[in-house]
Design a protein around this ligand. Structure first.
Ligand code: 13P
Length: 336
């Protein structure tokens, strides 16, 4: 077993998953504004520190993805954030892309940037304690989109990123996110997501990335959020498994889904069904941002000093996601 494979398994085994707390300052400002909190470095740190000191971290969170600002911050107790996370036997990770930018010659599509100087930045992040990383490619479904140009250029960037990350001794999270925005059917989401993921693996293999030392972070297969044809959770589950079975090489140890705008319950229920019906060898778990933090953020915004109330809410959500990662979640447990 390679060192990278060991790190990947430590993050996602035994019902553990990933807390995606790597919102850029822009995104975090929007999230805080929604709950009437000023987006200052101190407030961003306070909310995150409240989550990272929760007792559910040790049991259910294998890794936390951080943003550059956060990985460099020091907590009220004087510990660095990566040190605080490691003290729960959880691995610190870091988002290393610098965002999705307009893709030239394809109006409306994006390509993710951040390869320039990446090798040097990775060395710094490793020294700060990071053991895994994230890079998100983003694709839209609309008319002829995602275009071959967007599919190829994002796959190429994800592969070059992954090769550099493994060279630095860290596990790359490969995140090709096909957005749920639009009126497309789940069948179209299935076809497009499969095409996107297959192209990513073509490029990862070309760039000699060790597939046993990555974690794939895809979207679930959903109908577009403006689609008239709603589909059941069972269909989401079956189509998601079909997609991954047909497009992910068997060496990949695990898949950690993004929540992508689903509600907390929806994302949990879908993950639970996926695990109940998982007939693949892949571990299937969570790497949720909003679906782990939304309720906790609301409670925190009511009284930012009431650490216990925020942590209770977060602990419940994390436990529900972990049950789902083992196919053991029920609505009764959710409402208990
Ligand atoms: P969501 O679960 O809120 O989609 O965030 C996950 C993530 O890391 C997006 O890049």
């Amino acid at each position: 077993m390679s060192e990278l494979n060991k790190i990947a398994l430590k993050i996602i085994s035994d019902g553990k998953g990933i807390l995606a707390a790597d919102e850029s300052n822009g995104t975090m400002t929007r999230r805080l504004k929604d709950v009437n909190i000023n987006s200052t470095p101190e407030n961003r740190l306070l909310f995150r520190e409240t989550l990272f000191t929760s007792k559910s971290m040790r049991e259910y969170i294998g890794g936390v993805i951080l943003y550059d600002e956060t990985i460099n911050q020091t907590t009220s107790s004087g510990k660095s954030i990566p040190h605080l996370i490691s003290s729960s036997d959880t691995l610190p990770g870091i988002k290393v892309d610098i965002g999705a930018k307009d893709l030239a010659n394809s109006s409306g599509e994006k390509v993710t940037e951040g390869l320039d100087g990446l090798r040097e930045r990775l060395i710094k992040y490793y020294e700060l304690g990071a053991r895994f990383t994230k890079w998100r490619g983003v694709y839209i479904i609309k008319d002829k989109f995602p275009s071959k140009l967007a599919i190829n250029s994002n796959a190429h960037a994800l592969a070059r990123y992954s090769a550099l990350v493994q060279e630095s001794g860290m596990v790359p999270i490969v995140e090709p996110e096909v957005l749920m925005d639009g009126d497309h059917s789940a069948e179209i989401c299935l076809n497009k997501t499969s095409e996107v993921i297959r192209k990513c693996f073509d490029e990862l293999i070309l760039h000699k990335v060790d597939l046993s030392g990555i974690i794939l972070k895809p979207n679930m297969i959903l109908a577009g959020n403006k689609s008239k044809s709603k589909i059941s959770n069972e269909e989401v589950c079956m189509k998601t498994i079909e997609c991954l079975k047909n497009s992910v090489p068997s060496e990949v140890p695990g898949i950690a889904f993004l929540s992508g705008g689903q509600s907390e319950i929806e994302a949990t229920e879908n993950l639970n069904l996926i695990n109940k019906n998982n007939n693949t060898n892949f571990i299937m778990t969570y790497s949720f941002g909003r679906a782990l933090q939304q309720s906790a953020l609301k409670i925190w915004s009511k009284n930012t000093k009431d650490t216990l109330a925020t942590q209770n809410t977060f602990n419940h959500r994390v436990k529900m996601c972990s049950l789902a990662a083992r196919g053991k979640w029920t609505i009764e447990l959710e409402n208990k």
